[in-house]
Design a protein around this ligand. Structure first.
Ligand code: DUC
Ligand code: ZN
Ligand code: ZN
Length: 499
C-alpha cells in the first residue's frame, strides 16, 4: 500500500475537481479519494479550498547590483536572494528565475558561478534558476560559454535593444538568436528602440523636464512597437522562439498577436503594473512618483490597460511575471538617487538618475487571482494557472516537474481558502520583501494564499513564513515545450531561412 508524507484532503484542484493529493518525498504521488494516511502522515484539511500549482515567476531581479554601472551609480537592489524568495513564497510563488548579468568584457560563466555562490551563501526559500543577460556576445561567449551553460540547465538569455551599456547591435542580436536556436535556448528581449528613447530623454532634459512624470514621455509607445517588430522579424528569420518581456502598450501587443496568428515562434509576457497602475502615479507629490518609475514606464490611457487585459484573456500573453526589481524609496541607494536640490533649495527630481523598477514578486499571483479571476471575472482558474505557472514552466523547460498538479510533479502547491476576508494591502503589515513600499498599497485583495508548499513542505501559512530553513534549490532546465510551428525540425541553414 502507498504511504504518504503529506495528504491534502479534499483539495479543489485548479477549481476543476475535488480529490486528495498524496505527497511522498516531495513529489505528488497520488491523486484520489480517501487516500489512506499512516500514523506519520501530515494531514492538511483543505475543506474544498482551491489548490493551484506553485507560481513560477519567470522575471525576478534579486541582488542584481554588482555590475560596474550599478556600483558607479550607487544602485542597490532592496532584496537579497534570501529576502526576495521569502517574499515570493509568501505570495504563492515557489520558483523564481533570476538574472545573471554580464557586463561588457566579462565572462558569462563567471557571472553565473558568482550567482550560484550567492544563492548558496544566502539561501533561498523558493526553487530558482537563472537567465543570462548577454551584453557582449563575443565569439568566446557564444561558442565556448553558452554551450557549457546550456548543459548546466540554463536555457534562456535576455537581450536588450535599449540602454547604452547593455544594448546590442542588430547583427549581434542575430548572432545570439542563431546560437540560441542551435542550443535550444529561449531568447527574452527587452524591446524598446534605444535611440528613440535617448532622443526624447535628451529633448526633455534640455528643457528641464526631468520629474518622474516625464519618464512616461521619454519612452513613447512607438519605441516599444518598433523594437518589438524588429525582434519578431528577427525571430522569424532565425526560426527561434523568442519572448518579448514586459509588454506595456497595444501597439506592440498587436504586432505580437499578428505574428502569432502567422504561427511565428513568438511569445509574450506582461506584468501586473501594466494592468493595474498608470502614469498618474508618476505625478505623486514629494517625489513619491519615483516609486513608480520602471521601464517600460506606466501608461496613462485606460485603453492601453484594456488592450493588455485583452491580451491576458485571448492568449496573446503567454506568461504573467512580476519584473520584481526593488529599490527602496527612503534609503540612499534607491529611488532617492534621483532627487537633488536646486540652488533655491527646491527638490528637483531626475528620472534619468532614478533606478528603474518596482517590487512585486509577492503580489503577482494574488493580484491576478483577485483582479482577473474574482473581481473582473475575465479569466477562469485554468487560464490563471496557465499564465502564472504552467506556461512559464513550459516556456522555460521546467514542465511537468513544475507547473502541474499531476503524479510525478514536484509538490509545489498553493491553497486558497474561500473564507478569506478582503483587505487593503499595507506593505509593512502584509509583505515579506526587503523593500520599504509596495506600488500596490491600498489595493483591496479579494483573496491571498492561505498556504504555500514547496516540494511537500509548508513554507508559508496564514501570513507567516513557517520555517526559517531555506529549502530552495537550483533547478536545471531544458528547452521550451510550448507548441511551436518550426520551419524545419532538425537541420536548418541560412539559405533555407532566407527562402
Ligand atoms: N528591464 C527590466 O526587465 N527590469 C527592470 C528595468 C528594465 O529595464
Ligand atoms: Zn527589461
Ligand atoms: Zn526586468
Amino acid at each position: 500500500m502507498q504511504s504518504f508524507d503529506v495528504i491534502l484532503r479534499n483539495a479543489h484542484v485548479n477549481g476543476a475537481y475535488v480529490c486528495d493529493i498524496g505527497i511522498k518525498h516531495g513529489l505528488i504521488s497520488s491523486l484520489g479519494v480517501n487516500l489512506v494516511a499512516s500514523e506519520n502522515t501530515q494531514i492538511i484539511e483543505c475543506e474544498h479550498a482551491i489548490v493551484t500549482p506553485g507560481g513560477i515567476d519567470g522575471h525576478v531581479h534579486l541582488a542584481q547590483d554588482k555590475s560596474p554601472r550599478a556600483r558607479e551609480a550607487g544602485y542597490q537592489c532592496a532584496d537579497t536572494i534570501e529576502t526576495g524568495t521569502r517574499s515570493a513564497v509568501a505570495g504563492g510563488t515557489t520558483t523564481v528565475l533570476l538574472f545573471a548579468e554580464q557586463s561588457r568584457g566579462e565572462s558569462v560563466l563567471e557571472k553565473v558561478d558568482a550567482y550560484h555562490q550567492l544563492a548558496t551563501y544566502q539561501g533561498s526559500h523558493a526553487d530558482y534558476g537563472f537567465h543570462i543577460i548577454i551584453t557582449d556576445p563575443t565569439p568566446k561567449v557564444l561558442e565556448q560559454e553558452l554551450p557549457v551553460l546550456a548543459r548546466q540547465g540554463i536555457s534562456s538569455m535576455k537581450l536588450f535593444l535599449t540602454y547604452k551599456h547593455m544594448r546590442i547591435s542588430d547583427k549581434d542580436f542575430l548572432r545570439a538568436l542563431h546560437k540560441a536556436r542551435e542550443l535550444g535556448m529561449v531568447a527574452l528581449v527587452h524591446a524598446e528602440n534605444g535611440d528613440l528613447v535617448d532622443f526624447f530623454t535628451e529633448q526633455l532634459e534640455s528643457q528641464g523636464l526631468t520629474d518622474p512624470v516625464y519618464k512616461a514621455i521619454a519612452h513613447p509607445a512607438a519605441a516599444e512597437a518598433e523594437a518589438t517588430n524588429r525582434a519578431v522579424t528577427f525571430s522569424s528569420v532565425m526560426d527561434t522562439p523568442l519572448l518579448i518581456v514586459h509588454v506595456s502598450v497595444p501597439e506592440s501587443t498587436e504586432v505580437i498577436r499578428k505574428a502569432q496568428s502567422h504561427l511565428k515562434p513568438v511569445f509574450a509576457e506582461t506584468c501586473p503594473q501594466y494592468l493595474l497602475l498608470g502614469k498618474s502615479q508618476l505625478a505623486q507629490e514629494h517625489f513619491c512618483g519615483a516609486k513608480f518609475i520602471c521601464s517600460p514606464p506606466l501608461r496613462s490611457d485606460p485603453n492601453d490597460v484594456e488592450a493588455i487585459w485583452r491580451g491576458i484573456i485571448n492568449g496573446t500573453f503567454t506568461i504573467f511575471s512580476s519584473d520584481h526589481c526593488p529599490y527602496s524609496f527612503t534609503g540612499p541607494h534607491g529611488k532617492q538617487l534621483g532627487l537633488s536640490r536646486a540652488d533655491n533649495g527646491n527638490p528637483n527630481g531626475m528620472f534619468t538618475k532614478t533606478p528603474n523598477g518596482l517590487p512585486g514578486v509577492e503580489t503577482r499571483v494574488p493580484l491576478l487571482f483577485s483582479e482577473g479571476v474574482l473581481r473582473r471575472r475575465c479569466i477562469d482558474i485554468k487560464r490563471f494557472v496557465e499564465l502564472t505557472s504552467e506556461n512559464p514552466a513550459k516556456l522555460y523547460g521546467l514542465y511537468p516537474k513544475k507547473g502541474a498538479i499531476q503524479v510525478g510533479s514536484d509538490a509545489d502547491l498553493v491553497i486558497w481558502h474561500k473564507s478569506f476576508t478582503p483587505r487593503r494591502l499595507q506593505h509593512d503589515r502584509d509583505l515579506h520583501d526587503g523593500c520599504d513600499y509596495s506600488p500596490y498599497e491600498g489595493i483591496e485583495f479579494l483573496n491571498w494564499p492561505k498556504m504555500t508548499l514547496l516540494r511537500g513542505r509548508v513554507v508559508f501559512r496564514d501570513g507567516q513564513i513557517v520555517n526559517s530553513s531555506k529549502y530552495g534549490e537550483f533547478v536545471p532546465r531544458k528547452g521550451c515545450t510550448l507548441p511551436l510551428s518550426r520551419k524545419m525540425v532538425g537541420s536548418w541553414d541560412v539559405l533555407y531561412a532566407a527562402s
